[in-house]
Design a protein around this ligand. Sequence first.
Ligand code: OGA
Ligand code: MN
Length: 265
Amino acid sequence: MEEQSKWIRESLTSFPQPPNRTNHNAFYGPIDDLFSAVKEKKVLLEEESSIGSLDLGASSCTSNEDAHRWKFYEEDIATLRGKTCKSVKASVLLRKLRWCTLGLQFDWSKRNYNVSLPHKKIPDALCQLARRLAAPAMPIGEEFQPEAAIVNYFGLGDTLGGHLDDMEADWSKPIVSMSLGCKAIFLLGGKSREDPPLAMFLRSGDAVLMAGEARECFHGVPRIFTDRENAEIASLDLQFSHEDDHFFLEYIRNSRININIRQVF
Ligand code: OGA
Ligand code: MN
């Protein structure tokens, strides 16, 4: 349980930090410290372009135009300036966070790993956990090498359509997939989209090893449950009972997080 709350905390604080990319990158550029901004009720504002170009000055002509055009501001400043420029609350951005990528960065538009993008190694503790969970699906004497991870964030109504994870060079290596927060329905199909799927619940703390035949099968998440009775997070709740943890609790009561860890090569 403590382990679960630790990964929930990391998923909301450190994992979405640049150079790791999130679904918000394409529109807003890199966003620093989103979760702190939520706690501080900050608002992301778009710098007016005239101010932006003054800021750049003569000295910095290298960075791309769009870099750091959006910045967090206190609520009251944002209210004043929000009338003339585009704005979005940090809390809204957190609710709309759908994914972030750790380690080698997966490029969703090209559906491949872009090794030329700047990236950090996957944190050691997560690597160790993934190695331990992957061990049953590895040949004796061989160790799983976590090189990339995708963190998926699900709010009520969010789904993950049926897909294959086919962008990794070596399918003999498993994918380690961890569920945190609200319970979900997971569908495991066959090698063809037409094969009828097997349905199972994934609860907080469950780990799925996509290995062997299953590694080549379609799968998806059609539903998560956020109501108290079905979410099954009562014991996780206790981990966030301190008042400082209010924002974690509020988030996880309505969300599911999936961390899936991959060996790419
Ligand atoms: C994925 C995936 C499953 C899940 O991200 O590729 O299959 O349980 N996730 O969310
Ligand atoms: Mn998948």
